[in-house]
Design a protein around this ligand. Structure first.
Ligand SMILES: [Zn+2]
Length: 158
């Protein structure tokens, strides 16, 4: 039941990643190509299909993230660069694998950082990596009925 409902909802979701496009459809913003049912980076071939924004570029354009991570706590002051490096390394690695997994923005918010993502799995992977590497406290919550994932991580220095 629950699964059916989600599938229907995703069908109306303009960011739905399972939507099918003709082979060779390409994203005019990032250059990703829709090939064999999914968005991938081109491997030297020219697109040849119609232009169509990929779900990630669409999210970026409309400022509609799939996930966000808040990083707070006094630990951040001393370890800011380390934390940012970790976040960016993971994001680079995932982006190489899939054009749909990207960081949208890293912003200062209050005394913390807010990072937004085009993909909820990427948000989760970054949050969990942060927790593994730096301990602290990690909370995550999906918004009811949607795939929006909100994570927060904090660590205070005693
Ligand atoms: Zn794109």
């Amino acid at each position: 039941m629950r699964k059916d409902r989600f599938i229907k909802e995703w069908g109306h979701d303009p960011y739905y990643e399972g939507r099918k496009y003709p082979e060779g459809t390409f994203c005019p913003d990032c250059g990703a190509i829709h090939r064999q049912g999914r968005w991938t980076w081109p491997e030297g071939e020219s697109p040849g299909g119609e232009p169509h924004l990929c779900p990630a570029c669409r999210r970026i354009k409309e400022d509609y993230p799939a996930g966000e991570l808040y990083i707070t706590g006094s630990y951040l002051d001393e370890h800011r660069q380390e934390i940012l490096n970790l976040v960016q390394n993971i994001a680079e690695e995932e982006k190489r694998r899939s054009p749909l997994k990207r960081i949208m923005a890293i912003e200062e918010e209050g005394d913390g950082l807010r990072i937004t993502f085009t993909d909820d799995h990427l948000a989760r992977r970054v949050g969990e990596a942060l927790y593994r590497a730096h301990r602290g406290e990690l909370e995550m919550k999906y918004s009811e009925g949607s795939r929006f994932l909100r994570l927060s991580w904090r660590r205070e220095v005693p």
